[in-house]
Write a protein that binds this ligand. Structure first.
Ligand code: ADP
Ligand code: MG
Length: 335
């Protein structure tokens, strides 16, 4: 699960700015030094945000790999999205599903969401769709009546998801929402596709969740910049050869009311947005886990990060903000 850190070979550096839905700044794009290897890049809207793909592959196949990555992203967007007519929205509409008929994508998300929920005191919860809708994220964010929050809270949470025999049932009004893991999972799937199709190195970034890696022989190191959640400057440079970097924060999808910030990361204990954590960056082996853990730690703060099994991550960086606007940084682990 751990990303591999390697000595920098400056001729192979790529730099990204992460930690924002509108981030992805490629400082340097180049033709790879290895003869016959071509580097190609694409940036496109998908999964309610933007995705960036970079592949380094034989010049004959690089274009095909890039377009296959894009097709897979569109497929996952449709199937795993809360809206539309894909597998997840159909399950939410029907309120039940036969487990043997579910796709391996949905099985992965259900299985691993339940696991992450179990190790985070349910602070990560994939059955919060009713609550997310009540707050109007992402299209119409607003402060709901407290009675509406209570009612949505009663319909939210994994306690409203039951498995009886081969069938998965949702309580009435309960909606699965994989918004806090699906982007990371999609980055993993699309990255794996690129490597299986022969890319010697690839990077996939979807809304701030990154999966990257390459052949050891290529010696490529990805250089990623984590953005300061309370400014435009770079907070941290991260260098990895293989692995994932995921960031959640309160600074992309939020609104202010009565001088208070309300963001799209919701605390399942209260039904209200988390407060006190400005951003969480998780560096680990795969982007699905990084994405989900970053959300859980955004809700639970350092206590949640301190209690995570250290086999699941290399480094967690938590940026907190107190009531006076004082910002502090805390970290667990290393790369
Ligand atoms: P981002 O989309 O900015 O990367 P996250 O990964 O934290 O942020 O995902 C936030 C989304 O996940 C919300 O828009 C909502 O759909 C869903 N969500 C909000 N709170 C939680 C939570 N406590 N557990 C699981 N999913 C959540
Ligand atoms: Mg997340």
């Amino acid at each position: 699960m751990r990303p591999v850190r390697k000595k920098i070979n400056s001729s192979y550096l790529l730099m990204f700015l992460i930690g924002s839905l509108v981030f992805a700044l490629v400082i340097r794009v180049f033709l790879a030094n290895n003869a016959g290897l071509l580097e190609m890049k694409n940036r496109t809207p998908v999964l309610g945000t933007f995705a960036t793909y970079i592949v380094i592959a034989e010049s004959e196949t690089a274009g095909l790999i890039l377009s296959s990555m894009d097709s897979l992203a569109r497929y996952l967007d449709n199937e795993l999205g809360v809206y539309g007519n894909g597998e997840l929205s159909n399950l939410n509409m029907r309120g039940y599903a036969l487990i043997p008929e579910l796709s391996s994508d949905l099985i992965y998300l259900l299985d691993n969401s339940m696991f992450i929920s179990s190790i985070t005191d349910s602070l990560f919860d994939p059955a919060m769709g009713a609550l997310v809708n009540t707050w109007g994220f992402p299209s119409d964010p607003h402060l709901p009546d407290s009675a509406d929050i209570d009612s949505a809270l009663a319909r939210s949470g994994l306690s409203n998801v039951r498995i009886t025999g081969d069938t998965l049932f949702l309580s009435s009004g309960t909606l699965l929402d994989f918004g806090a893991i699906a982007k990371g999972y999609s980055a993993d799937r699309i990255y794996t596709l690129a490597r299986e199709m022969g890319a010697s190195a690839a990077l996939v970034e979807i809304g701030g969740e990154i999966r990257c890696g390459g052949d050891t022989a290529t010696g490529r190191l990805w250089r990623l910049a984590v953005r300061n959640p309370r400014g435009d400057n770079i907070m941290e440079m991260i260098e990895i050869e293989n692995g994932a970097v995921a960031t959640s924060g309160d600074y992309e999808n939020y609104f202010f009311e009565n001088g208070l910030r309300f963001c799209h990361i919701l605390d399942p204990r209260t039904g209200y947005p988390e407060t006190g954590v400005a951003s969480v960056t998780v560096i680990c082996g795969n982007a699905a886990f990084g994405d989900a853990l970053a959300t859980a730690v955004s809700v639970g703060g350092r206590d949640t990060a301190e209690n995570l099994p250290d086999s699941l991550f290399s480094l967690i960086i938590v940026v907190s903000e107190d009531e006076n606007g004082e910002v502090t940084e805390w970290r667990r682990g290393s790369i």
